[in-house]
Design a binder for this molecule. Structure first.
Ligand code: SAH
Length: 362
């Protein structure tokens, strides 16, 4: 894995048309410690561009600004705040006009969680998901992923607060953009830069088996969440096309290898869809597969989307489902639903502003 600072400067140099950070430094006659100052200014002090970085000479600042160097690779288009002011959802434009979403959830001054996107669109076409229905556009670069978090970190800093957790649960499939996501994790974690501990980062995947194995080998303490949503193939294949590539059995076997190798817990997300995956039979079948492992189930109330033909389970059904899991000694939580009034589910804000992209073929 490359050093975080090198990942960052290479990304910024590429945007300006230089082969890499070294070519960029040479073009501006910048010594290595100057690159360190730029990196610190962007990733630690959260400056948006070099014009305000007073550790640089006025002349250098002018040259860099003149060349078009920006620290922010994403620009906010709309930021909506929920009526309870606890959730802010941002739609961000990338340099090529593509748009992605990120969400800040402020949990009563105790946790500030940011949910970020790893791709513009998504290739996996889960039937209940707005992003999945709109198709895949492209991978994000590491800095485009990180800059969604930098945006909200800056907002929080103005109030004397910080991001405490980052989850890769926005648009896209993080393990379908594995290398950039790992680079983004390195950037977010770097103690000399953004400085967020690995344990405060969670990657959520639709369940790409080879990548789960690769991730287990990284030797980092980043949390793994799996969008399981069903106890078996018969149910999962009704709304998750990925189940044709990896069976539920193969997926759970990879999760077992992961816990054996890392001794870390796996979090399973289970979105509650009325009359699709929320029966007592489903709960009993799920409990049988979850119990006795280092697993945790998180039941997610469905955020209805305009383009999907699902209804969320009633609260009573969700709690009944949770009770079956708890009685089988499966650690279970029900996700508190934030930001419903601002369409905070994956892909919903973009779906309101953009036409559908091409459907994915991968
Ligand atoms: N591709 C990754 C991460 C993006 S989705 C993954 O599949 O995990 C992040 C989480 O949001 C997933 O668990 C996904 O199933 C869930 N999700 C998507 N649309 C939703 C909706 N309308 N309501 C509730 N959860 C949703």
């Amino acid at each position: 894995m490359r050093k975080a600072q090198d990942i960052w400067i290479d990304a910024k140099a590429a945007r300006l048309g230089y082969a890499d950070g070294a070519a960029f430094a040479e073009a501006f006659g910048l010594k290595p410690y100057r690159i360190g100052q730029l990196y610190h200014a962007a990733m630690r002090e959260l400056h948006g561009d070099p014009s305000t970085v007073t550790t640089l000479s006025a002349q250098t600042r002018e040259a860099l600004v003149g060349a078009g160097l920006q620290f922010d690779s994403v620009a906010p288009v709309v930021v909506e705040r929920s009526s309870d002011k606890q959730t802010s959802k941002g739609l961000f434009r990338l340099h090529d006009g593509k748009e992605v979403e990120a969400v800040l959830m402020e949990h009563n001054k105790d946790r500030n969680t940011v949910c970020i996107s790893s791709q513009a669109g998504c290739a996996f076409a889960c039937a209940f998901c707005s992003t999945g229905q709109a198709g895949y556009s492209r991978n994000l670069t590491a800095d485009e992923i990180v800059d969604q978090a930098r945006y909200f970190a800056r907002e929080l800093r103005a109030k004397g607060e910080k991001i405490t957790n980052i989850v890769f649960m926005g648009m896209g499939e993080p393990f379908h953009n594995y290398d950039a996501v790992m680079e983004a994790v390195a950037l977010l974690n770097d103690p000399k830069g953004f400085g967020l501990g690995h344990r405060h980062i969670t990657i959520s995947t639709v369940g790409l088996v080879e990548k789960i194995d690769q991730f287990a080998d990284e030797g980092i303490q980043v949390n793994l969440a799996i969008s399981l949503h069903a106890p078996n193939d018969a149910v999962r294949s009704q709304f998750m096309p990925v189940s044709k590539k990896y069976s539920t059995g193969q997926l759970l076997a990879a999760c077992e290898r992961y816990t054996a190798r890392t001794r870390r817990k796996v979090f399973f997300e289970y979105i509650m869809l009325a009359d699709v995956n929320d029966s007592d039979e489903c709960a009993i079948a799920l409990a049988a597969k979850m119990r006795g492992h280092l697993y945790h189930v998180n039941l997610i109330p469905y955020n209805s989307t305009p383009d999907a033909a699902f209804t969320g389970s009633s609260d009573a059904r969700i709690w009944a489902f949770a009770k079956i899991l708890e009685e089988a000694n499966v650690p279970t939580t029900v996700r508190y639903n934030m930001g419903r009034d601002i369409a905070a589910a994956c892909g919903q804000l973009r779906a309101q502003t953009q036409p559908k992209a091409q459907n994915a073929t991968s």
